[in-house]
Ligand binder design. Structure first.
Ligand SMILES: [Zn+2]
Length: 219
C-alpha cells in the first residue's frame, strides 16, 4: 500500500535492535515528514558521527577523532585515578559503570571475552595490549590517561556478565599477571556478588551499580 521507497527505508531501519516492523514504518513516515532543514541536519549529524567518532587509542571507549591524540574524554580527564582500571567487554558497558556516579578510575574495553568454545581467544581481545603495553605504562607513570602519575598499587576491576566467558577471561588474566615481573602490587576485583546471575548491564540502575562497585571482591 505504501510507496516502495518508504518500505525500503523501513526495512533498513529494522537493522536497529528493538525496532520492529511497526516502529520502523512509523520512523520512515516521520522521516518523510521532516522539514527540509531538519532533514539536512539529520543527514549531516549521521555522517559526522560516522566520520568523527572512533575508538579511544588508550582504552577503547568512543572518542572524537578531530582530537589528534585520539583519547576519549575519560582518558583525557587528569583527575581520574589511573590506579584503577575497570575491564569491560563493550564500549557501551562504560556507560553502565559511569551511571554509578561513584567510579573515578579508568577503563579498558576488551571487545570480546575469551570463549574457547566459540573460538574466541586472548588474541581476539585487547588483553595482551593491556598486559604488555598499558600496564607497564601505568606502572611507570607514562600512561596517557589519569594524570600521568606513577602507581605502586593497581587494581583491575572486572565488569563482565557472569558466565563461562567471564570465568575464562578472569583465569587468563590471573595467570598473565602472575607471570609479570615483580613490581607494583596488582589486584583483581570483581563487582559484588548479589547481582543477578544474568543481569543486563544496560538496565542496571544507579544505586545497584554503586553498591556493586563499593562491595567488590578480590578474585
Ligand atoms: Zn580512553
Amino acid at each position: 500500500m505504501l510507496p516502495q521507497p518508504i518500505q525500503n527505508l523501513a526495512q533498513k531501519l529494522r537493522a536497529f535492535p528493538g525496532v520492529g516492523s511497526r516502529s520502523s514504518q512509523k520512523l520512515a513516515l516521520d522521516f518523510l515528514q521532516l522539514a527540509e532543514a531538519d532533514y539536512l541536519e539529520l543527514l549531516a549529524a549521521m555522517q559526522t558521527v560516522r566520520r568523527e567518532v572512533k575508538f579511544c587509542s588508550n582504552c577503547g571507549f568512543f572518542a572524537q577523532t578531530k582530537d589528534e591524540v585520539g583519547l576519549c574524554e575519560i582518558c583525557k580527564d587528569g583527575s581520574r585515578n589511573s590506579a584503577q582500571i575497570c575491564l569491560v567487554e563493550k564500549p557501551t558497558d562504560v556507560l553502565s559503570v559511569e551511571k554509578s556516579q561513584v567510579y573515578r578510575g579508568l577503563y579498558h574495553v576488551l571487545n570480546n571475552l575469551i570463549s574457547p568454545l566459540d573460538n574466541v581467544f586472548a588474541q581476539d581481545t585487547t588483553l595482551n595490549e593491556l598486559i604488555q603495553t598499558r600496564l607497564p605504562e601505568v606502572i611507570a607513570g607514562r600512561q596517557k590517561g589519569g594524570g600521568g602519575v606513577a602507581n605502586s598499587q593497581i587494581e583491575l576491576i572486572l565488569f563482565f556478565k557472569a558466565g563461562f566467558a567471564a570465568e575464562a577471561t578472569t583465569a587468563y588474566l590471573r595467570e598473565a599477571i602472575a607471570n609479570l615481573p615483580k613490581g607494583p602490587k596488582l589486584s583483581i576485583t570483581r563487582l559484588a556478588h548479589g547481582l543477578p546471575m544474568y543481569y543486563n548491564p544496560d538496565t542496571l540502575d544507579q544505586a545497584t551499580m554503586a553498591r556493586a562497585l563499593e562491595d567488590r571482591r578480590h578474585v
